[in-house]
Design a protein around this ligand. Sequence first.
Ligand code: FAD
Ligand code: UDP
Length: 378
Amino acid sequence: MRRAGGLADVAGRRFDMLVVGAGFAGAVMAERFAADAGLNVLLIDRRPHVGGNAYDEYDAAGILVHRYGPHIFHTNSAEVFGYLSRFTGWRPYEHRVLADLGDRQVPIPINRTTLNLIYDAGLEDEAAAEAFLAARAEPVDPISTSEDVVVARVGRDLYERLFRGYTRKQWGHDPSELDRQVTARVPVRTDTDDRYFTDSYQAMPADGFTAMFGRMLSHDRITVLTGADFAQVRAAVDYDRLVYTGPIDEYFGHLHGALPYRSLRFHHETLDIDRLQAAAVVNYPDEAVPHTRITEYKWLTGQAAPRTSISYEYPSADGEPYYPVPRAENQARYKLYEGMADACPDVIFVGRLATYRYYNMDQVVAQALATYRRAMPR
Ligand code: FAD
Ligand code: UDP
């Protein structure tokens, strides 16, 4: 990787490709176009670092934290895992989350232990848990919203205790106003498996995400410029093709109106204790509590340190765009932008913001690898 010190270092230069955004989508595209296709690539980001939302850094206490909230790598794709393994070793890590109900903390996703802790139900096997849920489930037909998904599977009481408040805070919408895919991300189990994910690969990059990005981008044909917006760079350099991973509505000057992206405010803190909580992440479904979750980073990284660093997440409508908001009216608006994108053959739109999809990291990597293959037919 060649690091440009500022816009002046690249101004007037010619590149085969300009890649906007140095998150997973942009980094995979830059790596592939440089290392595989042999193109000269300029990769830019308006934030002062590479890694996008997955950026991690050592804080003042020497603890590796994720600046934009907890990022846990998990995938069922051998291709994605194999590709990233070229740039990092891994630390096996299975993620666990607790939901704080005020007087007690219970495992989420709902499993048999959750039911026994909340209802003192004494459920001893899967059949008993299944029957317990079936007796509470409310038939909903068709299942179209994020409320329907949960109520149809576990009933209204668990929905209200664990999902309604969290979702209203996180999205600024009631679950009944959100596509089913949002809460359908969280499974319901009748066994006692308390892992958040069940993917075949679950691991954290051994030296962190930022170090992994550093290795992906360390190529003679990749120049990286951070702290620079596309609006400034596009006029200053020459390039043949463009990869764009920022918000698609912004690219087209919000011609069809703004697409909503949900934002978060992160409050980071270091405490003078060894450990704060009993799991890496504790969720706060109570709508009266302003934050949605607290993350304790040592759980994710396995780092040993005498103190502990945590972050609170406060959802907000304004700020850095983090989440596309899965609602039919937003998808319809996105389709208008997608039509415009299809009419721009020299621009490749890829990633969570540019394709307005609620994708995990591995899905973005898979999308970028597939996009590259389509762009470089052999
Ligand atoms: P981004 O990482 O958003 O990168 C896009 C980049 O483009 C940004 O850095 C932005 O600054 C830059 N950019 C935009 N516009 C411009 C412009 N005009 N000029 C210059 N630069 C620009 N996924 C998981 O798999 N596991 C998890 O545990 C997980 N946890 C998450 C927790 C949170 C709080 C959030 C918000 C997301 C989480 N994700 C998780 C999702 C994950 O962050 C994304 O899938 C992934 O980072 C998306 O990569 P991307 O490259 O598409 O987008
Ligand atoms: N969710 C909830 N309660 C929880 C966990 C999740 O209501 O304890 C809902 C909420 O709407 C959340 C969605 O399920 O946004 C998806 O959860 P996930 O943990 O996948 O969210 P992410 O990590 O993407 O923020």
